[in-house]
Design a binder for this molecule. Sequence first.
Ligand code: GRF
Length: 195
Amino acid sequence: MVKLSGNNKINLAIFISGRGTNLKSIFNFSKKKNSILNIKLVISDNKFAKGLEFSKKKKIDYKFVKFNKKKIAEYKILKLIESKQIDLICLAGFMKILSGNFIKKSKLKILNIHPSLLPKYKGLNTHIRAIKNKEKFSGCTVHFVNKKLDSGKIILQKKVKINKNETVNSLEKKVLMIENKIYPLAIMKVVKSNF
Ligand code: GRF
């Protein structure tokens, strides 16, 4: 169970690097009536991430953190997380690998979304690998972040069918649609349970 903050909401920090469709879906979910989720902070390692424009538009606090020196970047983020009283971290298309030290020091649960049916296809270019291997299904997974890439405990998964004439583009679109659906649900699963 994730504890409620002073404002009776779960304060989320969302880490992004680009487009931000998952950020948007979590934001929309958090704006539903009686929602206990509140996006308190968006962190991006990319100054030009589209998700930062969205954050600005929606008046969410956001911060670009340069990652050329990872230790310094992570130290800055830890300070921000503490000062903003963040309860839960969600990686949503964040392209940097967080160190074991960061994971430990944050003392928070960290979630990530990955565009494959983990444990299959960890890492990058999941769709092309799934198509080349003639998989019948692909999908997405929300999991906890630990020291090993895409290897933490699975929280929620959803499958999609890979059609005969499937392309990387069409599969990416299909998977992204279900990613946007399940990420808020996975967050709620963690918030409500003792996961
Ligand atoms: C998603 O496919 C996610 O699974 C992967 O990066 C992509 C991010 O998309 N980790 P978006 O920025 O949330 O639109």
